[in-house]
Design a protein around this ligand. Structure first.
Ligand SMILES: [Zn+2]
Length: 462
């Protein structure tokens, strides 16, 4: 009995258009039975494109078995399954000829490559297969060009935020919309990746976890703004629903392309008190110092030093207590902060981003100017955002809808940078010099002064 190797191949693009791997193998086994040969190995290449220059481990293994004289016959489904290029065909012919190995396919029958007639038929079949495949690729490319010109949805793989047919995936679209605004308002892409992972969102690529790079790629996809990209160029406006505006997209491109933004560290403030709390002696704002996994707030002239987490906890407890009281203090903030006006301001700034983007698109300003304009608008948005957050927190407290516990949760969700802004607007935190020998954190050596006189009085009369 002759030993045979059975080879099957299916590329990703061919799925649904070609006989499945299972079908190819089942037919191959029937063929082996008819011919009375024994299949000693089945070699498969799946998800490998016919003409992209990638390795085909299955085909390489077939060559190895033929060259080593291990098999006397190669079984396949169709000749076009066997060889993807004339180079491969020649390799197979050469190996088969030397070892007098037969090729037998379900669709094209036997080929004796040891005879010149057999080799000629193989070359003809090979070139026909090649031409059909090229024709197919060309047809697909033309169809995509047509669709792109008409602004229709084209996608080989489901993009995050959308379904296969181009309608929105509501949960993912919301994540893109929120995070785009968050990033424009100062949140880091790294932080977004952390949040998406903790919210259980997964990538559309093999269900992998989010990394800053994959989040960045998703957020920067022009498709989110219904911009049609074809062969790497924006070719027009698509007819599907956008998740973000074109202005937001352009601003994000300018922001994330901003080289100053790249090293995430200095721009992502992890500590609310850095640049906010003050030295009790020289009044300079303190900076964070990290040594051996211990973080401290330190005066630039080293007058004072305080444990970061303990000081933050203390400041948080004071401000949360202050905000949660349904007495006059939160009302003071509601009076002084008009949320609806702030939200109008936010919209105004966002439309400025749109304007800047439009000017960039019209060639009236260059990318550098766009980047400059958007970074200015962005820092204003950070400030506004902090105020809105604060107003909403206190507003909820006034209505009695927010318990201290909820307020605490909400407070933790406010980005550290915005928390710092809220703290700066509400109170002055001074770190006083603790006497020598003072061990551990003692709130006695932290002075908190409320920015508003009436609040200070409230505190005093408590
Ligand atoms: Zn100092």
């Amino acid at each position: 009995m002759i030993d045979a190797v059975l080879y099957a191949r299916l590329s990703m693009a061919e799925e649904g258009e070609c006989a499945s791997i299972a079908r190819q193998i089942a037919d191959g086994r029937d063929l082996a039975e008819q011919l009375g040969c024994r299949i000693i190995e089945v070699c498969i290449d799946q998800g490998v494109s016919a003409y992209k220059a990638r390795r085909r481990p299955g085909f390489d293994r077939v060559l190895e078995l033929v060259r080593g004289g291990v098999v006397g016959i190669v079984l396949g489904w169709h000749f076009d399954r066997l060889c993807r290029s004339m180079v491969e065909l020649e390799k197979l012919i050469e190996a088969a000829e030397q070892k007098s190995v037969m090729i037998h396919t379900v669709n094209a029958g036997p080929l004796d490559l040891s005879t010149s007639a057999g080799r000629m038929v193989a070359r003809i079949l090979g070139s026909v297969a090649r031409q059909e495949s090229e024709h197919h690729a060309e047809r697909r490319r033309r169809a995509n060009d047509d669709r792109a010109t008409r602004g229709e949805w084209v996608s080989s793989r489901r993009p995050f935020g959308y379904l296969h047919d181009g309608t929105l995936n509501p949960l993912e679209a919301l994540a893109i919309r929120e995070s785009t605004r968050d990033v424009l308002e100062g949140k880091s892409v790294r932080q977004v990746a952390r949040e998406w992972n903790s919210r259980g969102l997964i990538t559309t690529f093999a269900g992998r976890q989010w990394q800053p790079t994959s989040v960045r790629r998703v957020l920067l996809n022009p498709r989110n703004a219904a911009l049609r990209v074809h062969r790497g160029e924006i070719v027009g406006i698509g007819n599907w629903q956008p998740i973000i505006t074109r202005g937001e997209h352009e601003a994000l491109v300018a922001l994330l392309a901003d080289p100053a933004r790249r090293p995430i560290g200095p721009f992502e403030k992890k500590y609310q008190g850095s640049g906010v709390y003050q030295c009790g002696i020289c009044e300079s704002v303190v900076k964070i110092h990290i040594t051996n996994r211990r973080q401290s707030y330190v005066c630039p002239s080293y007058h004072v030093r305080r444990h970061q987490a303990k000081l933050d906890d203390y400041v948080d407890s004071r401000i949360l207590h202050f905000l949660s009281r349904d007495a006059d203090s939160p009302k003071y903030y509601l009076r002084s902060i008009d949320v609806s006006r702030l939200e109008v301001d936010q919209e105004l700034l966002r439309s400025r981003l749109d304007e800047a983007a439009a000017m960039f698109a019209d060639g009236k300003i260059d990318r550098h100017q766009l980047s400059h304009a958007t970074s200015k608008i962005r820092s204003k948005l950070v400030q506004l955002n902090a105020q809105v957050q604060l107003a909403k927190l206190t507003g909820g407290a006034v209505n009695g809808s927010v318990s201290l516990l909820h307020l605490e949760e909400a407070w933790r969700r406010v980005p550290a940078e915005a928390r710092g802004t809220i703290i700066r607007q509400t109170m002055k935190v001074s770190i006083k010099n603790a006497p020598k020998g003072q061990r551990g954190f003692n709130p006695e050596f932290v002075e908190i002064a409320w920015r508003d006189e009436s609040c200070k009085m409230k505190e005093a009369s408590e």
